[in-house]
Write a protein that binds this ligand. Structure first.
Ligand SMILES: [Mg+2]
Length: 403
């Protein structure tokens, strides 16, 4: 709401109960008050903010209210250009309530470029912002517009990465895991980040790192392990048995290449572990293939990668129809966590955990909002303020833009 005439809080207070109202009357400001049917509110601009640790999107409306979204942070320059040159023309001037046709038009205008990657990342930022905006206009939390709330809180796992052993030593990983437990987390995830370009490494860092982390957190804290595409099927099966039998692991994420769904199927069929995948599959069709071909147990879409709230709700419905749980991939506190919680609140098949990265590692983002959701007894409370429920400071966002 960089050039609006009233704060979001003023606006929401002024329009409390607006679902029953027929007009919107934002509070007084430098410009005349706007009065129009709530259903006639249109998008006036789409702004992008490249930050050090995120790419934010602001969808402005002619009601003087903005919605905020977030694109996945991989190659922010490419995705920012995609939003500004490939999508904006399909959004500005449209009704803010038409988020699904807007999604459709953004996708099919660009789908020749591939049904995944930058396109879905870019759409995600706009889609999340529209859902935030709609909730603010209606004066209700976004999850209310998504169908209501199945739960009031969500258990999280503290997630951290070791970059195949290059980012931190096994001792440092153990201390990081222990620090989550000291702060009340009941589960942690060790992301090995071995990657396909380093397939089946010798020696395998997973063994010393998992041993160190398990020793640090004790036997009762949940330990999830993410290989990040680093094994062939045979190695994945061998290591999976060790993780289950010796290390008490239940969740085993992306053990094989994201390009090799038949290999992942071999792993799924061989092991009793919960096989998790989906952070690299960005559309409903790719998640269909994870279900049909790879036979995963848990779908792991990321709201900021997989086309936003609209597409992840579709993926959740696919999962609901096939008895798959949805454990959202979530690498950022702030907008993305709030958007993830809105989805989780509104789906019947949310998994027992949401991923949550240490907010202390993302202080450039947590500094932009009034508060960071606290983890209490290992859980986040699902916000009930209008929209996504995040109180961003637009001026602080603008100041945080990087070249
Ligand atoms: Mg992962």
């Amino acid at each position: 709401m960089s050039d609006s005439t009233c704060s979001r809080r003023d606006f929401v207070a002024t329009t409390a109960g607006a679902l029953a109202a027929t007009t919107l009357v934002p509070s007084l400001g430098a410009q005349p008050p706007v009065t129009r049917p709530m259903g006639a509110v249109k998008v006036t601009a789409v702004k992008t903010y490249k930050l050090r640790q995120a790419l934010y999107v602001e969808v402005q409306s002619d009601a003087g209210v903005s919605g905020w979204g977030e694109c996945a942070p991989n190659n922010k320059d490419v995705v920012q250009v995609f939003v500004q040159t490939g999508l904006v023309q399909h959004v500005v001037g449209r009704s803010v309530w038409d988020s699904e046709p807007i999604w459709h038009d953004c996708f099919y205008a660009n789908s020749d470029l591939g049904p995944s990657g930058p396109l879905l990342n870019a759409i995600a930022g706009i889609d999340i912002a529209l859902w935030d905006l709609k909730g603010k206009l209606a004066g209700v939390p976004t999850w209310q517009l998504l169908g209501g709330r199945y739960r009031e809180r969500q258990r999280v796992y503290g997630s951290f990465a070791v970059d195949g052993g290059r980012r931190m030593t096994a001792d440092q990983a153990a201390r990081k895991a222990a620090s989550f437990v000291e702060r009340g987390y009941t589960a942690v995830k060790l992301r090995m980040q071995i990657r396909e370009r380093n397939l089946n490494p010798h020696p395998d860092p997973t063994i010393p790192y998992v041993k160190a982390v398990r020793a640090a957190i004790g036997p009762t804290v949940e330990l999830l392990v993410d290989i990040n595409n680093g094994y062939t099927a045979a190695r994945a099966i061998e290591r999976g048995r060790w993780l289950q039998d010796e290390m008490g692991v239940r969740y085993y994420e992306e053990p094989t290449s994201m390009q090799q769904l038949h290999e992942l199927a071999q792993v799924s069929e061989a092991l009793d572990l919960f096989i998790v995948a989906g952070e690299n599959e960005h559309s409903r069709w790719q998640h269909r293939d994870l279900i049909d071909i790879a036979k995963v147990d848990v779908l792991n879409p990321d709201v900021s990668k997989a086309g936003g709230i609209t597409e992840v709700k579709r993926i959740a419905a696919l999962g609901q129809a096939t008895s798959k749980r949805i454990m959202l991939h979530n690498t950022r506190p702030g907008i993305l966590t709030h958007a993830s919680l809105a989805v989780i609140a509104s789906i019947s098949n949310a998994a027992e955990y949401l991923e949550y990265s240490d907010p202390d590692d993302y202080q450039s983002l947590t500094a932009l909002s009034a508060e960071t959701l606290p983890v209490v007894n290992g859980e986040l409370v699902i916000p009930s303020r209008p929209g996504l429920g995040i109180e961003l400071d637009p001026a602080a966002v603008a100041r945080a833009v990087v070249a």
